[in-house]
Design a binder for this molecule. Structure first.
Ligand SMILES: Nc1ncnc2c1ncn2[C@@H]1O[C@H](COP(=O)(O)OP(=O)(O)OP(=O)(O)O)[C@@H](O)[C@H]1O
Length: 760
């Protein structure tokens, strides 16, 4: 015996024989979704959200999109507004495909109120409206008039109140107002009545009905309060990636003989659960009838969906009355005032994009709005901005104060048998006695501390305990033997040679300190010998080292580490602060939903990017000039080059950091991941770009990696300008500029591509 069909399925059969919609009829709808398939996650373990969903929203309708939390309403809406792509299926919005050239979607034809507040807390209500007004090409007068109406209608407080100081419900209403502001053709409202009291909720619904009266506006609204959608012309009950029904609330209530829409939803859910078993057997029959070739590349689910779709475009699994019925009848469900809707040519057919329009990187009113908004945000966060501007200056000050200066106050353990370990002031005469004292005096002049010990044993002990950096021992006849060594020259005896030597044992555990101590000891000896020669009136050449270091060709006679590290440190500070600034700003904008909202308003990712470039470039230029001024003027870092080129290279490096920041914000989805990525790149760049150690000393592999990194060539270029005074025409200088420009284009292109192609 044939089992009894569940309610709904029996009613579902007849429409299977109705006609197919054509592309033309699809484009006549406000929204038409066909065979939508959307999944998240890996193909091996997909999370299917939309599973062959069909949806038809005629023009001039209020369409209530209902469904349990997590059933995919927001996902469907973001596909409709062109912010996410379907994995399969098609969407027509206001006659065009979302995102296609000339469709106006995303764009001002749509008003979108996302689920999250997606507003700048620091802005006042008026400023918020001004921003969205500017984005949608409204004049200030039009915005002001609309603000007045919206404040009254939505019972909002004064327009000068900052959004962050409003209650949650008020913030949602401001968000709603921002979507209504420019009278869009299609209004998409994701839960607009959350946190709104019943009276105002009713007011909002009345206003929505009013908006659709003349047929010019279509509204799609999602809500958890199912029964408030009684005022909608049509509702779509979504469950399991499909619509259970897509009909007018009255006919649903009648058809299922229920008191409330909630009951209808429950009834249909039960039917769907029962029907799934039944449906699987129906599908089995269909597949048997129309065999899908085994070699077909189309997955079975899609094949089945397409089979179903080719025979019908059922929107609801049950209770469907939308797609299969003729268009004229369907229109009667919504406002009858949609005059000539069928006669209107879809905008895409009308709109001819010129080549100029297609190549246009930005629209001036969008850029105006973005730049105004970014500057206003900076102004509202002036303390943060001052910190950001001051941070690189603080860092360069810290660097110059603490890195690269010669260590002083180092303790040396002295055993002076010549003076029985007594201190002895230099005599300043030509007496060749107690010469050890004159030598030690030179060490004191170099600001090192001398501690005297009785014997070598105790001096070593002091070094071993970390009380001194080295031990020095003078023989009892040091002066006599030194004099004899000079007098006898080649014929000097072994004891003369041995006794005229200062014995030194250093703590070499700290390479920098021991290197500088060695240098100080050698210089101290040279100075002592020279002083003696001058005092005793004989040529200093006699005591000079036979290797003579003349005045250097480039750099100071005694180079310091500050001069070596400064170019790299300046560029690193500017580069990484720009990374942090840009990626931070972009991520805040994205994570708070503001970016999403702006993009739905028609602003492009490239415009957002350019908006940040313009504003942050200003900050960065200021930062760069301050850093250079502090390094060169206040801390007197050696500079022989042209300040213009030095500043330009610093600014370009900051720009490069900004572009890297864009890439970071595009590839990461949270501030934490952005921080990991920025920090992860910081250390390799600092280690490999020749900032703390010359590239010449690196391993062959790291040397070749270092060659292509963003800061290597620019650091070398900066060093050549600062220390050698080389002009831009020198290869090692202009290569730094070229490398930075190449990296800017690489990062910028990557972020533009990521913005363009990285959609959900
Ligand atoms: N980017 C994403 N990556 C992976 N899963 C996602 C993503 N966005 C949404 N989802 C998942 O898709 C499902 C549908 O989410 P969606 O936000 O569309 O539901 P919803 O019906 O709008 O829910 P609610 O009514 O609670 O807002 C949820 O299970 C959600 O976890």
């Amino acid at each position: 015996m044939r089992p009894e069909l569940p309610i709904g399925l029996t009613e579902r059969r007849p429409p299977l024989e109705t006609q197919q919609s054509t592309v033309w009829t699809r484009r006549q709808q406000a929204v038409c979704v066909r065979r939508a398939y959307k999944k998240y996650g890996q193909s091996s373990n997909p999370h299917v959200i939309l599973d062959g969903l069909n949806m038809t929203v005629p023009k001039g309708c209020i369409y209530g999109l209902l469904g349990a939390s997590g059933c995919g309403k927001t996902t469907l809406l973001s596909c409709i507004v062109g912010r996410r792509r379907l994995n399969a299926g098609e969407i027509w919005v206001l006659g065009g495909k979302p995102g296609s050239a000339g469709s106006g979607v995303p764009g001002p034809r749509i008003g979108y109120m996302p689920q999250e507040i997606a507003l700048y807390g620091e802005f006042t209500i008026r400023e918020t409206m001004q921003f969205f007004g500017m984005v949608n090409g409204m004049t200030p007068k039009q915005v002001d008039d609309k603000i007045e109406f919206l404040l009254k209608f939505l019972q909002l407080p004064s327009a000068s109140r900052p959004v962050k100081n409003l209650s949650g419900g008020q913030q949602r209403r401001v968000s709603f107002a921002a979507a209504l502001l420019h009278n869009p053709e299609l209004l998409i409202l994701d839960e607009p009545t959350v946190g709104v009291d019943p009276v105002l909720r009713q007011g909002i619904w009345d206003h929505l009905v009013h908006l659709t009266k003349d047929g010019g506006t279509t509204i799609i609204v999602t809500t958890h309060y199912i029964d408030e959608t009684r005022q909608a012309h049509m509702i779509g009950l979504m469950r399991g990636g499909k619509f259970l029904a897509e009909e007018s609330p009255t006919s649903l209530l009648q058809k299922y003989n229920c008191q409330s829409l909630e009951d209808v939803f429950l009834k249909l859910s039960v039917i769907q659960n029962r029907g799934k078993r039944r449906r699987s057997s129906i599908l089995h029959d269909i597949t048997a009838a129309i065999a899908v070739p085994e070699t077909s590349p189309v997955p079975a689910v899609e094949a089945l969906n397409s089979i179903c779709d080719n025979s019908s475009e059922m929107s609801g699994e049950f209770g469907d009355s939308i797609s299969p019925v003729p268009l004229s009848k369907r229109m009667s469900v919504c406002s009858m005032q949609v005059n000539n809707a069928e006669m209107e040519l879809p905008p895409e057919a009308n709109t001819k994009m010129t080549l100029f329009d297609r190549c246009k990187l930005f629209q001036s009113h969008h850029m105006r709005a973005l730049i105004w908004k970014n500057f206003l945000w900076m102004w509202r966060n002036v303390a943060v901005m001052l910190f950001i501007v001051g941070l690189p200056v603080a860092q360069i000050v810290l660097f110059c104060l603490s890195v690269g200066k010669d260590p002083y106050g180092l303790h040396l353990a002295i055993v002076n048998h010549e003076t029985n370990n007594k201190t002895c002031p230099p005599t300043g005469t030509c007496e060749l006695t107690q010469l050890s004292c004159q030598f030690l005096h030179q060490m004191e002049l170099r600001r090192q501390v001398l501690d005297f010990f009785d014997d070598e044993e105790s001096a070593f002990r002091a070094v071993k305990r970390g009380k001194a950096w080295g031990a020095l021992s003078f023989t009892s006849n040091y002066s006599t033997s030194l004099k004899k060594r000079m007098d006898d020259g080649q014929s000097a005896t072994d004891w003369v040679l041995d006794d005229s030597v200062v014995s030194i044992w250093l703590d070499e555990s700290n390479q920098q300190i021991s290197m500088l101590l060695r240098r100080d000891l050698l210089f101290a000896f040279q100075d002592f010998a020279k002083t003696l020669a001058v005092t005793c009136n004989f040529s200093t050449k006699v005591v000079a080292n036979p290797i003579q270091f003349n005045q250097p060709i480039y750099g100071p006679y005694v180079p310091n580490f500050t001069d070596f590290a400064a170019p790299g440190v300046i560029l690193t500070i500017i580069f990484f602060l720009a990374v942090a600034l840009t990626s931070g700003a972009m991520l805040i904008e994205r994570n708070e939903g503001i970016l999403e909202r702006s993009l739905v308003s028609g602003i492009t990712g490239i415009e957002v990017l350019l908006g940040h470039v313009v504003c942050q470039l200003l900050i960065m230029v200021f930062q760069s000039l301050m850093v250079i001024a502090f390094a060169l003027v206040v801390f007197d870092v050696t500079n022989e080059g042209d300040v213009f080129w030095i500043c330009l290279l610093t600014i370009l490096t900051g720009l490069c950091g900004m572009c890297f920041g864009f890439v970071v914000s595009c590839v990461t989805d949270s501030e934490r991941n952005a921080t990991y990525l920025a920090m992860g790149s910081f250390l390799p760049i600092v280690m490999l770009c020749g900032i703390i150690w010359p590239v010449e000393g690196m391993h062959a592999i790291t040397k070749s990696i270092s060659f292509i990194l963003p800061l290597t060539q620019s650091t070398e270029s900066m060093r050549s300008m600062l220390a050698r005074g080389w002009p831009i025409t020198e290869p090692s200088v202009y290569i730094g500029f070229c490398s930075t420009l190449i990296w800017i284009s690489v990062f910028l292109t990557s972020s533009v591509l990521l913005i363009k192609f990285k959609k959900g």
